[in-house]
Ligand binder design. Structure first.
Ligand code: AMP
Length: 190
């Protein structure tokens, strides 16, 4: 079983790349942002709660997110492995992920980070906002808040996985297929 955390700031291209990787390696792709957006669309209690945080670019509370992630893993007992996209976002969530995977006698094999400069991110996100309809991509203030939260809370995960010898950084700028090839090279060598 290969479990991969696809990591990087908002707008780094995690969703795009996860879609290729899940097909190439027969992995289940879990994007916590996508699950929240699905719940918002269907106006579930979880969606209503998540929306109040997401619209400002803030993180949804940890326990809510962790319970939701555990449910998504439990729904896929036959999985060959998972690509976690947008989770974990802090150390508490990373420890929770270890605990969840332990229940299935498995673990995170690698965190692969897409590295992209901030100004490229802001431009990508605002451009995506023109067509995605995502409230959190629609204003520069909210986009910058998301990037700030990434540096304040999420970026520390680099050292969390480095200490376990599981961190791999990849240049996230360039043609989409060139970036996919960089990711494939890392996963093939795992
Ligand atoms: P994303 O699609 O990963 O950019 O996530 C969009 C938004 O969903 C984030 O800005 C958060 O509000 C929320 N979200 C997604 N994943 C998490 C997570 N692991 N922890 C807390 N909030 C999250």
């Amino acid at each position: 079983m290969k479990n991969i955390v696809l990591f990087g700031p908002p707008g780094a291209g995690k969703g795009t790349q996860a879609n290729f990787l899940k097909d190439s390696y027969d992995l289940v792709h879990i994007s916590t942002g996508d699950v929240f957006r699905y719940n918002i669309k269907n106006q579930t209690d979880l969606g209503i709660l998540a929306k109040s945080f997401m619209d400002k670019g803030d993180l949804v509370p940890d326990q809510v997110t962790i319970d939701m992630l555990a449910d998504q893993v439990a729904k896929n007992p036959q999985a060959n492995g998972f690509i976690f996209d947008g989770f974990p976002r802090n150390t508490f969530q990373a420890e929770a992920l270890d605990d969840i995977l332990k229940n299935y006698n498995t673990e995170v094999n690698a965190m692969i980070a897409l590295e992209v400069d901030d100004e490229v991110l802001v431009n990508r996100l605002l451009k995506r906002g023109e067509t995605s309809g995502r409230a959190d991509d629609s204003s520069e203030e909210i986009v910058r808040n998301r990037i700030k939260i990434y540096y304040d809370e999420t970026a520390v995960l680099k050292s969390f996985y480095e200490q376990k010898d599981k961190y791999y950084g990849v240049d996230g700028v360039g043609a989409i297929d060139a970036i996919t090839a960089r990711l494939n090279a890392i996963i093939d060598a795992l």
